[in-house]
Design a protein around this ligand. Structure first.
Ligand code: GDP
Length: 139
């Protein structure tokens, strides 16, 4: 089934000029970038986005890392896009990520792991709506 998922190219990747390299992996995996914008997340946006992790010990570090430099927010479209992108991203901890995945190739650490991707279709819808209106997504 054709799905849409939400992606963020994180500050560790934009800082190292890897936006195009990450996008090449995304497109190489057959996912289409149907919306994309470079922004600087505010603290309020980052806190809200990672609200589920608010009680975790790394929450403060995560919010400060996500707001330190610009990010690229994206909507990706394709067959089973949610699961397909999770596979292309690789494991959260880059040491456990499979060969060829974005995190294996580019991530610096579990915190600075280059990309975010929605973990379910429901969350994809919620996350997309936080950053894009329907008319900004052109499939
Ligand atoms: P994801 O869905 O693979 O991104 O992983 P999670 O939803 O579990 O975590 C969200 C994000 O929080 C991760 O992508 C990391 O950037 C960060 N994170 C998760 N676990 C840790 C950790 O143990 N330490 C640090 N510093 N950051 C973490």
């Amino acid at each position: 089934m054709t799905e849409r998922t939400f992606s963020i190219i994180k500050p560790d990747a934009t800082r190292r000029n890897l936006t195009g390299a990450v996008n090449a992996v995304i497109e190489g995996a057959g996912l289409r970038i149907v919306a994309q914008r470079r922004i600087k997340l505010t603290e309020a946006q980052a806190k809200k986005f990672y609200e589920v992790h608010a009680e975790r010990p790394f929450y403060g570090e995560l919010v400060s890392q996500m707001t330190a430099e610009p990010v690229v927010v994206q909507v990706l479209e394709g067959p089973n896009a949610v699961a397909a992108y999770r596979e292309v991203m690789g494991a959260t901890n880059p040491e456990q990520a499979a060969e060829g995945t974005i995190r294996k190739q580019f991530a610096l650490s579990i915190g600075e792991n280059s990309v975010h991707g929605s973990d379910s279709l429901e969350n994809a819808g919620i996350e997309i709506a936080q950053f894009f209106t329907d008319d900004q997504i052109v499939g």
